[in-house]
Design a protein. Structure first.
Length: 310
């Protein structure tokens, strides 16, 4: 096991080399096999890890709690509404204090800056459990899922339809680090951030992948091996929900759009889904869907991330 990841924070896939990301995926695969063989190793025996939430969560909360338990460590699941942060203690002071007790901090926050502050002021690794900018643990699990289903990542075409949000940003980084061809179709005004597109294009150049940003959903899914979507209004964007539902309608994953991709296309969604909005029941419950494999792989990949960083 390499040690070059030890002590680092995992805030965005962008900061990691293909080799480092591959090490995480390879370990995730191995830990999954061990788990199925009933041989979970206590790789973080005796450690304490804080898992902090500013926003709701089902998958992230539970998969981290179980991952940490199965690694032999204890998880402290904390909601910021019950911490002194709520009463005005600074993020910097919180980061310093947490580092005196914990071996690692996992946090889901509104502003990505909060994660950077926690990491800058603390001395233990901080793992991004979703911010307004990115959702790297999700996409690492998803890359493991694509690899399992397609036996490779390089040259796989992935089409992302809908909102150019946090999940889309991490997918752009993850796909282009591994030489995948990614096409993102969003309505005008909902494209991923310009800096993210610029970085992803640079990574694609280095890895032999490609990036297409378009407003045309059919163009994006043409010849796709993977179709990916996420909710149209993320946590924090709820007030824009009805406006977004109207403008995003042409980007819905339904049977018609799925039929335009490769015959063996897999359909992915990080969940939770708004059924009938970004994805229809027939697709999410249909033969192409791998959404529950994705959810499961959060457990295995997060064990790998925790083990390598902490
Ligand atoms: N995909 C995901 O992060 O789900 P939760 O919001 O339930 O954690
Ligand atoms: N983009 C969504 C992902 C939820 C897992 C959100 O931020 O709400």
């Amino acid at each position: 096991m390499s040690t070059n990841l030890k002590g680092r924070s995992f805030l965005t896939i962008k900061d990691f080399t293909q080799e480092e990301l591959k090490e995480i995926i390879d370990l995730g695969e191995r830990l999954k096999l061990d788990h199925y063989a009933g041989k979970d190793e206590k790789l973080l025996n005796g450690k304490s890890i804080g898992v902090i939430f500013e926003k709701p969560s089902t998958r992230t909360r539970i998969s981290f709690a179980v991952a940490i338990f199965e690694l032999g460590a204890q998880a402290l699941i904390l909601d910021t509404s019950n911490m002194q942060l709520k009463r005005g203690e600074t993020v910097a002071d919180t980061g310093k204090v947490l580092s005196r007790y914990l071996h690692g901090v996992v946090a889901r926050v509104y502003s990505h800056k909060t994660l950077e502050e926690l990491s800058d002021h603390g001395t233990v690794p901080v793992i991004n459990a979703l911010s307004d900018f990115s959702h790297p643990c999700q996409i690492m699990g998803d890359l493991l899922t694509v690899k399992e289903k397609k036996n490779k990542l390089e040259k796989i075409k992935i089409a992302y339809l809908g909102d150019g949000n946090n999940v889309c940003h991490s997918l752009l980084f993850g796909a282009t680090k591994f030489g995948m061809n990614i096409a993102v179709a969003t309505p005008k005004g909902y494209e991923p951030k310009k800096d993210v597109i610029k970085d992803a294009k640079q990574f694609a150049k280095e890895s032999g992948g490609s990036v297409l940003i378009t407003n045309n959903a059919e163009k994006a899914v043409n010849d796709a091996d993977v179709i990916y979507t996420d909710v149209w209004a993320s946590m924090g964007d709820e007030t824009q929900h009805s406006k977004r539902v109207k403008v995003m309608k042409p980007y819905q994953i339904n049977d018609s759009i799925v039929s335009k991709a490769k015959k063996d296309v897999i359909v992915m969604h990080c969940l939770p889904a708004h059924r009938g909005e970004e994805i229809t029941d027939s697709v999410i419950d249909g033969i192409h869907s791998v959404v529950f494999d994705q959810a499961e792989n959060r457990l295995h990949i997060q064990k790998a991330i925790l083990t390598l960083l902490i």
